[in-house]
Write a protein that binds this ligand. Structure first.
Ligand code: PLP
Length: 378
């Protein structure tokens, strides 16, 4: 079945006999047993719930995986996944990670005795140099946030296979519509479903997706034991959001390409980071491993004053954290998503006072350009 049809029809498991077109929200914490030692397949919602199961099966199919687990946020998914590791284990991670993941690794995983090395995962040699006897996994975000570095997933998977490491890919920015890391050799795919999968800036959600039955079993155990699962109502909102994922992403990408080109022509804009621009260093790898470039882009203004003016003067575009929704959002990574990263480290990554990030929504391109143009003039 085509991806677009899967987004609309999801899992083929039926949970109700009324003919309801929209899957019911099974708002129940617990389920009665038909007899002693018997189960309807559902016992308690922390373990599983029909609405969440439908969503999970849909996400697993979209990613080309065997199993998916839905969490109450992207960070809940990352935190649960980190419980696969034990004190002393070492993990190699992209050096341009989502700020929350960076904070979790440095302040929670570190306290729990895990060691994390940050490196440019788009360079397989750099990854190789960090491998130690106690290394267990490589954690990659591609494209990265906010600098849009692209990692060759197949190359990373090869390094991981040679050294017996798990490859974890955060696929939030591209979604399975544009990129399917499991099919490129990743072991675990992670999502902040809050972003494109939900798609409407209204619900927090997270996912872990795997192909290996043993990994699925270990993660399911952690998932029900830790309990950060997605509620039935939020599961339903995600199911609803997924139905329009392909049409939203196509349109958002089309606008992102036009806006990145427009930004390049503005004299107050010094650089544009969008993997869909042929001059972007990750363009060729993107062509090879993805079917699209997404709708996230970052850019540098000529000075901090211009950056702040843009943030204050845009009116249609909202100055807010998050991404992937119907509304176009602008963020100031230095003060928002990356505020917790030490200044020296942040500047070394290029996240300075002139860097802004745009998440392109579904407004008309003309209206967005008019808003940016007016704000740039001040
Ligand atoms: C937002 C985000 C997360 C965290 O997800 P939440 O749903 O906000 O908890 C993780 N990774 C990436 C790339 C993100 O953008």
């Amino acid at each position: 079945m085509d991806f677009t049809t899967l987004c609309v029809h999801g899992s083929d498991k039926k949970y109700d006999t009324t003919g309801a077109i929209s899957i019911p929200i099974f708002q129940s914490a617990t389920f009665a047993h038909p007899g002693v030692g018997q189960s309807t397949g559902f016992d308690y919602t922390r373990s599983q719930n029909p609405t969440r199961e439908y969503l999970e099966q849909t996400i697993a199919r979209l990613e080309g995986g065997l199993d998916a687990m839905a969490f109450s946020s992207g960070m809940a998914a990352v935190a649960t996944m980190m419980e696969l590791f034990s004190p002393g284990d070492h993990i190699i991670a992209s050096d341009d990670l989502y700020g929350g993941t960076h904070r979790l690794f440095n302040h929670v995983s570190a306290k729990n005795g895990l060691k994390v090395s940050f490196t440019d995962t788009s360079d397989p040699d750099a990854v190789m140099q960090h491998i130690r006897p106690e290394t267990k996994a490589v954690f990659v975000e591609t494209p990265t946030n906010p600098m849009m570095h692209v990692t060759d997933i197949e190359a990373a998977a090869q390094v991981c296979r040679q050294h017996g490491l798990k490859l974890i890919v955060d696929n939030t920015f591209l979604t399975p519509y544009f990129q399917k890391p499991l099919l490129l050799g990743a072991d675990i795919v992670l999502h902040s479903g809050t972003k494109y999968l939900g798609g409407h800036n209204d619900t927090l959600a997270g996912f872990l997706v795997v192909s290996d039955p043993e990994l699925s079993e270990r993660l399911r155990f952690l998932c029900k034991t830790i309990g950060a699962c997605l509620s039935p109502f939020d599961s339903w909102l995600l199911i609803r959001g997924l139905k329009t994922l392909p049409v939203r992403l196509e349109r958002q990408q089309e606008t992102a390409i036009k806006i990145s080109r427009w930004l390049l022509d503005q004299k107050q804009i010094k650089a544009v980071y969008y993997p869909g621009l042929p001059e972007h260093p990750g363009y060729e790898i993107s062509l090879k491993q993805t079917t699209g470039f997404g709708a996230m882009l970052s850019f540098k203004t000529d000075c901090q004053e211009t950056a702040c003016r843009l943030l204050e003067q845009v009116s249609l575009i909202q100055y807010a954290e998050s991404l992937g929704g119907t509304e176009t959002l602008i963020t100031y990574p230095m003060l928002q998503t990356h505020a917790d990263i030490p200044e020296e480290e942040r500047l070394a990554k290029g996240i300075d006072d002139s860097l802004l990030r745009l998440s392109i929504g579904l407004e008309s391109t003309g209206d967005l350009i008019e808003d940016l143009s007016r704000a740039l003039k001040g």
